[in-house]
Design a protein around this ligand. Structure first.
Ligand code: FE2
Length: 210
C-alpha cells in the first residue's frame, strides 16, 4: 500500500474527491450572456417582448444606479447653512433609490434577462451626465439631481406605455408604481429647495409674481 503524502497542498479525506479544502481561483465561461433572455419561463410573455423589456429596464437600472450614487455623493459633499437638512434628505433618497435598484434588477432577472451590475458597465450605459469628482455648491448639486430625475421620469412614462402595449403588466406597474411615483416625489422635495424664498424677513412689496 502506497504511503500518504503528508505535505500535499490539498489533502483529501478518505471519501475520494470530497475535501474540506476550499477550491480557490476558479473560473468558467458565463452561464448566460448579457443581452439575452432564458427560455421556458412560465410568464406567458414571448421572447421578443422579454428581450425588449429587459433592454429598456437595464437602461432604467443604469440611470437609477447613477442617481442613487449621485445622492450619496451629494450626502457626503454638501456644504453650507442647509448642511444638516440636506445631508439627511440626500441619504433618505439614496436609500429609496437603492430599493428601486433592487426592484428593477430583479424584474430583469425574472423576465429571463441579465441585470447590469458593475460600476464600469453602468458608467458606459447611463444617460445621466458625469459630475466632477470635486464638491459643488448646493444649487448645482440639486440641479444635477433634478436633471437625473427628469431623465428617469421621462423614460418611465415611455416604458410604461410600451409595456402596456406589449402586454407586460408587471413592467408597466413597476415603471409607474415603483419608479415613476417615487421619482416624482423626490423631485418635488428637491425642487422646493430652489425656490428663492426669504429666509427670515418677508419682502411683501419688493417682489411681484409674474
Ligand atoms: Fe452617511
Amino acid at each position: 500500500m502506497a504511503k500518504k503524502d503528508l505535505n500535499a497542498k490539498a489533502p483529501t479525506s478518505e471519501r475520494g474527491n470530497v475535501s474540506a479544502q476550499p477550491r480557490l481561483h476558479q473560473s468558467a465561461p458565463e452561464i448566460q450572456k448579457y443581452g439575452t433572455v432564458s427560455h421556458m419561463l412560465p410568464l406567458d410573455l414571448e421572447e421578443p417582448v422579454r428581450l425588449e423589456m429587459t433592454e429598456q429596464l437595464n437602461l432604467l437600472l443604469a440611470d437609477t444606479m447613477t442617481l442613487r450614487d449621485l445622492y450619496k455623493k451629494s450626502h457626503w459633499q454638501v456644504a453650507g447653512p442647509t448642511f444638516y437638512q440636506l445631508h439627511l434628505l440626500f441619504d433618505k433618497h439614496y436609500g429609496e433609490q437603492s430599493e428601486i435598484v433592487d426592484t428593477i434588477a430583479e424584474r430583469i432577472q425574472l423576465l429571463g434577462g441579465v441585470s447590469i451590475a458593475m460600476a464600469a458597465d453602468v458608467a458606459e450605459t447611463t444617460r445621466i451626465a458625469r459630475p466632477p469628482r470635486g464638491r459643488e455648491e448646493v444649487p448645482v448639486q440639486i440641479s444635477r439631481l433634478l436633471d437625473a430625475h427628469q431623465i428617469i421620469i421621462g423614460h418611465c412614462r415611455e416604458l410604461a406605455k410600451r409595456a402596456d402595449k406589449l402586454g407586460d403588466d408587471g413592467t408597466n406597474d413597476l415603471a409607474v408604481s415603483d419608479v415613476l411615483r417615487a421619482n416624482e416625489l423626490q423631485a418635488w422635495f428637491l425642487s422646493e429647495h430652489l425656490v428663492d424664498a426669504p429666509l427670515v424677513r418677508a419682502e411683501p412689496r419688493l417682489r411681484s409674481i409674474g
